[in-house]
Design a binder for this molecule. Structure first.
Ligand code: CP
Length: 302
């Protein structure tokens, strides 16, 4: 069992993971069987890597250290051989972040350890999506009919892709805003474009995205101040948000670009709450894949 994209989970399984994540906030049942995890991060990360490590430690898993900078991948070893090696020495679950879209296609069906995708290029980010869902559910109890606007660098965003798909399946009304040149035709087909100031005044959730300069190979660019004036969440815009609406951002935040510095920690912001929830959601994801592995083992033996 892997969790590579949100399509690997049914709606029932998503809600089950969210329920378990909520439970982990109050009490933790450790996994008692010996279990080994490794975190293979070939792209930079603070939140995803650290909170998977924290989740693994809270669950009582043994965590192998893996440093992409000093691993034999630097000598030309393939990702497949790297993962097969970890499997051969006894790793049960690997969390992998990689710059290549769908890097996992070369692994799926060829490895026995479980993979949780920690982010693939501009593709998918299921753990971010699940922690975002947990944060939204805590606020509004249900996803049905919620107006969620994802704002900014949609085209380069794995967060947008995972969230748009899952939120829509769960009944939310997903819209996109930001520079029209940065929209994604495929995603727009599944949600409307909305003017940013209109989105500010009508959305239950404003999900702001980081401008991912490292992935920009073409198209329109903006000076920081220009972007902030056109598409940034300023104090003036926040004052026009509906009463119970919230601000989210997967972070890292470019303070003063997507969101004004003083807004990052304002009363409507759930940005640091998202990070706290990330640990509980990742515990629930680990528990989910490990339980499925056990069930499959039993099916095989019987
Ligand atoms: N939100 C997120 O994926 O952050 P990191 O890149 O720090 O893991």
């Amino acid at each position: 069992m892997h969790i590579l994209t949100m399509d690997d989970l049914t709606n029932e399984e998503i809600l089950q993971i969210l329920r378990h994540a909520e439970n982990y906030q109050h009490s933790i049942t450790k996994i008692t069987a010996p279990c080994y995890a490794a975190n293979l991060f070939f792209e930079n990360s603070t939140r995803t890597k650290s909170s998977f490590e924290m989740a693994q430690k809270k669950l009582g898993l043994d965590v192998l250290s893996f440093d992409a900078q000093t691993a034999s991948i630097q000598k030309g070893e393939s990702l497949y051989d790297t993962v097969k090696t970890l499997e051969a020495i006894g790793v049960d679950v690997a969390v992998i972040r990689h710059g290549e879209d769908r890097y996992f296609d070369q692994l799926e069906g060829r490895v026995k350890l479980s993979i949780i995708n920690g982010g693939d290029g501009m593709g998918h980010h299921p753990s971010q999506c699940l922690l975002d869902l947990m944060t939204i559910q805590q606020e509004f109890s249900s996803f049905e009919g919620l107006a969620v606007t994802i704002v900014g660098d949609i085209r380069h965003s794995r967060v947008a892709r995972s969230n748009a798909s899952a939120l829509r399946r769960l009944g939310a009304i997903v819209q996109f805003s930001g520079p029209k040149e940065w929209m994604d035709e495929e995603l727009l087909g599944a949600g409307n474009y909305i003017d940013f100031d209109q989105a500010v005044e009508t959305s239950d959730v404003l999900m702001m995205l980081r401008v991912q300069h490292e992935r920009h190979t073409f198209g329109v660019s903006f000076e920081k101040d220009e972007y902030h004036a056109l598409y940034g969440l300023t104090d003036e815009r926040v004052k026009r948000m509906p009463a119970k609406s919230i601000i989210m951002h997967p972070a890292p935040v470019n303070r003063g670009v997507e969101i004004a510095d003083e807004i990052v920690e304002c009363e409507r912001s759930r940005i640091f709450k998202q990070m706290t929830n990330g640990v509980f959601v990742r515990m629930a994801m680990l528990q989910f894949v490990l339980q499925k592995r056990e069930e499959l083992k039993h099916e095989f033996v019987n």
